[in-house]
Ligand binder design. Structure first.
Ligand code: XMP
Length: 516
């Protein structure tokens, strides 16, 4: 089971394509209401069976008149469940209920000034007479269906919002889920709490209690094993399981020796000392260095590290007697992405576990219904330290993909020390965590320098710092020159063998965030 709709008032977000549905579902959860994404093709019977407290129709990239444009079961409008449509969702509602969408050929993209025409209406009550909204459409409604009133407009779009409270139907042409719409979250909250009457009960404590109950039901008195990496997801899984089933849990931490400075110690300190989890710490650094000796090809490094990880993990797992379950940190976006075949970008499910011949565990995925920000909040609530809860993404193969060329113990130590300086300095400056990721890279080149009276021939360190929303695209962070100067001085003074520091000013694409 992945969802909570049996216990929680639920909003179903009908997905008409593109990336809008996920963002809407997150905004609804931020308003403390549980939400799930369902395909636009869901039937009225299925909607009734699931008894949602409200429905939201997402935007989408298609034109309502395009051949094969996504439709919905029109009987849903008549179920008496409050429905809110955004953009494409509004156009479809208008078309389905007898409104008119003229082909004007004029679209509206980006910021627009929204003017509220009916300040006493249900959805836009409390929105200032004029405010900024975000538009992204070509088609728009020319005439609202019978029974609807037009509640807002922009300079280009005559029907920017409409509603028929008697049928509990509401719609906006703009995107309230986007941060650029000034009153967006207020509109979503108004729809959820006032119009649909859903109380804000999806709180951290609630999430934790319900997840803990579910884990107990699924596991009974069975034993569970969890692969702990020190990353956010596996750490929160471990902390939740510890709370749910105590000493029926064993965590295996395969320490490949490719982690950052002090990271392995922190994992052990947090889970063994603070949470008193039964922790198997496998110190496999030498084994990995042996396997990686002489290997320079990035893909080969990844393959060796990945295969060895699972080999070591299952070696330990099969030593423990009576383990029935394996826990893993699959998140809701992984579930949506692997299940949603119409999405433009399908990431391979990164959590597929290569069970060896003859070995099998049932999976427990306690984070399967949660977004990343919810996972972090659960982690904080459970008492995990900030360093873990707000940890930046870190590749499974660790520093191996940040050392270009062969990996040696000496290079690992050099990179760890330089990387620690980069993290300390940028972390001190970026208290708001506006930079997505920052780290050091050690390339396989040397250059001439001079220190004191001596000629040097050392390695450079490359600083990589990027801003991004989801790692699919990224831009290099515009760090202040003074900060870069301080990092450069410190690395050259404090890290032996480094005589030059460079800053990577490549966006993604064409670069990637990591160097290998
Ligand atoms: P790239 O380098 O492809 O990275 O722009 C995108 C994001 O993914 C992270 N990354 C990885 N994460 N295993 C992981 O778990 C990997 O092998 C891996 N390679 C890259 C990277 O840090 C960035 O956040």
């Amino acid at each position: 089971m992945t969802d909570y709709h049996d216990e929680q008032p639920t909003v179903l977000v009908l997905d008409f394509g593109a990336q809008y549905a996920q963002l809407i579902a997150r905004r609804v959860r931020e308003a403390r209401v549980y939400s799930e994404i369902v395909p636009h093709s869901i039937s009225a019977e299925e909607v009734e069976r699931r008894r949602p407290a409200a429905l939201i129709l997402s935007g989408g990239p298609a034109s309502v008149y395009a051949p094969g444009a996504p439709k919905m079961d029109t009987r849903i409008y008549g179920l008496g469940i409050p429905v809110l449509g955004f953009c494409y969702g509004m156009q479809l509602m208008a078309l389905d209920l007898g409104g008119h969408i003229p082909d004007t050929g004029v679209g509206e993209y980006g910021f627009a000034q929204l003017t509220v025409l009916e300040p006493e209406c249900a959805l836009l009550a409390g929105v200032p007479e004029t405010s900024q909204c975000w538009m992204s459409h070509r088609d728009s409604v020319g005439t609202a269906p019978d029974g609807f009133i037009v509640t807002a407009r922009t300079a280009i779009t005559e029907v920017a919002a409409m509603e028929d409270p008697s049928r509990r139907l509401y719609a906006t042409q703009f995107h309230p889920e986007v941060a650029h719409t000034e009153s967006g979250q207020q509109i979503i909250k108004r729809f959820l709490h006032e119009i649909a009457g859903i109380p804000p009960v999806w709180t951290m404590v609630n999430i934790i209690d319900e997840t803990v109950d579910r884990i107990r039901q699924q596991v009974g008195d069975g034993r569970v094993i969890c692969a702990l990496s020190g990353g956010v997801d596996s750490s929160v899984v471990a902390a939740l399981l510890r709370r749910a089933i105590g000493h029926q849990l064993t965590c295996v931490f395969v320490d490949h020796g490719l982690l950052r400075l002090d990271e392995a110690e922190q994992v052990v300190r947090t889970f063994r000392d603070q949470f008193r989890v039964d922790l198997v710490h496998v110190e496999a650094e030498e084994r990995y260095l042996g396997l990686l000796a002489g290997v320079t090809d990035p893909e080969e490094k990844r393959r060796i590290i990945g295969e060895e990880f699972w080999r070591v993990f299952f070696e330990e797992a099969t030593k423990l007697k009576g383990v029935k379950f394996l826990a893993q940190g699959t998140l809701y976006p992984d579930v949506i992405e692997s299940g949603n075949k119409s999405a433009a970008k399908i990431k391979s499910h990164h959590n597929l576990i290569p069970f060896p011949e003859g070995v099998h565990f049932d999976l427990i995925e306690p984070l399967k219904a949660l977004f990343k920000d919810e996972v972090r909040a659960v982690g904080s609530e459970l008492g995990l330290p900030d360093e873990i809860v707000h940890r930046q993404p870190f590749p499974g193969p660790g520093l191996a993909v940040r050392i270009v060329g062969e990996i040696t113990q000496g290079k690992l130590e050099t990179l760890r020390r330089a990387d620690a300086i980069i993290r300390e300095e940028i972390g001190e400056w970026d208290k708001e965590r506006s930079v997505w990721q920052y780290f050091g890279v050690l390339p396989d080149i040397r250059s001439v320098g001079v220190m004191g009276d001596e000629r040097t021939y050392g390695h450079p360190i490359i600083i990589r710092a990027v801003s991004s929303a989801d790692a699919m695209t990224a831009d290099w962070a515009r760090l202040p020159h003074d900060l870069l100067a301080r990092i450069s001085n410190r690395i050259i003074n404090e890290v032996e063998g480094i005589n030059r520091v460079a800053y990577d000013i490549t966006s993604k694409p064409p670069g990637t965030i990591e160097w290998e």
